[in-house]
Design a protein around this ligand. Structure first.
Ligand SMILES: [Mg+2]
Length: 213
């Protein structure tokens, strides 16, 4: 295993706690939080696209309320970050790792994350890359944004086995699976593709050091 030079973070359920996002969906769809979130969990457990949950709770017209969700949500702020997000980014930087942030996110999240205190050498989104996980182009363009380091020297930290672990491994990156949020808890790394698995970001430093050993 080559030494890890870059640590790139996914956003949803890695740096950002998406609880408020899902409450906004409940409100916008006029569907109580319990059935929406339970059906969402069912979709995740069955490896179905989570957006199928909207139709299953009776709102096949969900795309029409997306602007309302954004209105209710407003910008993501520091209060939406997991408590270990900022300390981990600072700690990794202090120990010499280069830090990047990029997930499947709308373009406006870049400025919101920066305003929330996220500091990264490269802070970008799928919208900026014009490619979404799990497409190979997302990872290829991410590597280009980092200045084309050797892919294996880039650890990609994400909560989803499909989008973050398997897809990053297929592009030659070193996936680190964070088991939090619904995808992280329900997923199974059947292919054993994660180079490491953690429950919190605070575990990352020692894990990255072990990967280099
Ligand atoms: Mg995520």
């Amino acid at each position: 295993m080559s030494r890890i030079a870059w640590v790139c973070f996914d956003v949803g359920e890695v740096l950002v706690d998406e609880s408020r996002v899902w409450r906004a969906w409940s409100e916008a769809l006029a569907v109580p939080a319990f059935p929406l979130q339970a059906v969402l969990g069912g979709c995740i457990a069955q490896d179905r696209d989570h957006r199928e949950a909207f139709a299953l709770v009776g709102r096949p017209d969900w795309e029409a309320v997306a602007p309302t969700v954004e209105q209710l949500l407003g910008p993501l702020t520091a209060a939406d970050l997991y408590a270990d997000a900022l300390p981990t980014l600072a700690d990794l930087r202090r120990h010499g790792w280069r830090v990047a942030v990029c997930g499947n996110q709308p373009a406006r999240r870049r400025d919101e994350l920066a305003a929330a205190g996220i500091t990264a050498e490269v802070l970008t989104t799928s919208d900026h890359l014009e490619a979404e996980k799990p497409d190979r182009a997302f990872y290829d363009r991410l590597l280009a944004a980092l200045g084309d380091p050797a892919p294996a020297q880039v650890a990609y930290v994400g909560d989803r086995v499909d989008n973050d672990v398997a897809a990053a491994a297929a592009a030659g990156l070193t996936p680190v699976w964070l088991r939090r949020g619904p995808w992280g808890r329900l997923g199974e790394d059947r292919g054993g593709q994660a180079a490491a698995t953690v429950d919190t970001l605070a575990e990352l430093g020692p894990v990255l050091r072990a990967l280099a050993a």
